[in-house]
Design a protein around this ligand. Structure first.
Ligand code: CP
Length: 302
């Protein structure tokens, strides 16, 4: 991983993924290690974010590094028409590493091709969100004790949800089986189903929630993403199609955990939050340790 960009989860081998998770475990035990002393990390967020940007920035601060960047492009020269290439080439002069979120699919790959410092993709449109995938895998291994042979139920916006696309690809290396629960407008795209078929991995598809989570190890809820719809009426039709309620967890496996990349809107009722199977806020905390690991390994400091 040293000096390499992280654009897609497919940039990492199975061994590299496990190395990130092991390193994150080390940071969880001891988060105040000054390994980023003297380093400057740029966080360039062309799209809104709470967890990804702030967990990166918390990780950088805890490891002794410095942060520069922006949380909205409107305050930068992008608003005067500056291109992504020129922005990246400029910021690469000011930093050792760039973390970027951008609405256009493929923008992170493009940035990695023009940048002299590594790029970490913090989400590019509906395409990939690899650091979310790594923190999801950290959370899955921590709660299940293994990544192997698990049943993962993915619920909600499986069409535009970059987190489910990345997680599916990564968990395919660990013999996972999948259940996809989505309205017909938001089903898992064909390319990902073909990918699973080629790997010989099982998946099932349903439209009902409660009856199809009973033998899950992980229920991965997602938000219907208003910002990806060109027609607001289409969003209105599907926005509240699934709401996970506390009673629905009664007959699920004792060690099952509910994950959600967050933010949530209505898809997990607040009555689930106190259930021991609700893991999404700890999952967000795990993002700090995982991002500490990713930055340290890319900068060759671990
Ligand atoms: N999970 C996630 O990407 O959250 P933010 O949009 O708040 O960064």
């Amino acid at each position: 991983m040293k000096n390499k960009s992280l654009v897609s989860i497919n940039d990492l081998s199975k061994e590299e993924i496990l190395r990130v998770l092991d390193t994150a475990e080390d940071f969880e035990k001891n988060p105040r290690q000054p390994v980023l002393n003297g380093k400057v990390v740029a966080t360039l967020f062309f799209e809104p974010s709470t967890r990804t940007r702030l967990s990166f920035e918390s990780a950088i601060n805890q490891l002794g590094g410095r942060v520069i960047g922006f949380s909205e492009a409107a305050n930068t020269s992008v608003s005067k028409g500056e291109s992504l290439k020129d922005t990246i080439m400029t910021v690469a002069n000011y930093s050792d590493l760039i973390v970027m979120r951008h609405p256009i699919e493929g923008s992170a790959r493009y940035a990695s091709e023009v940048s002299k410092v590594p790029i970490i993709n913090a989400g590019d449109g509906a395409n990939q969100h690899p650091t979310q995938t790594l923190l999801d895998m950290f959370s899955i291994r921590k709660t299940q004790g293994t990544l192997d042979n698990l049943k993962i139920v993915m619920v909600g916006d499986l069409k535009y949800g970059r987190t489910v696309h990345s997680l599916l690809m990564a968990m395919s290396a660990f013999n996972a089986s999948f259940v996809f629960i989505a309205p017909k407008e938001l089903q898992m795209p064909q390319e990902y189903k073909l990918f699973l078929k080629e790997k010989g991995l099982k998946f099932e598809e349903y439209t009902e929630l409660a009856e199809n989570i009973k033998d899950a190890d992980i229920v991965y809820m997602t938000r219907v993403q208003r910002e990806r719809f060109s027609d607001p009426m289409e969003y209105e039709k599907v926005k509240n199609v699934y709401v996970l309620q506390n009673y629905m967890l009664d007959e699920t496996k004792p060690n099952m955990k509910v994950l959600h990349p967050l933010p949530r809107v209505n898809e997990i009722h607040e009555n689930v939050d106190g259930n021991p199977k609700a893991y999404y806020f700890t999952q967000a905390l795990n993002g700090v340790y995982t991002r500490m690991a990713i930055m340290s390994l890319i900068l060759g400091l671990k």
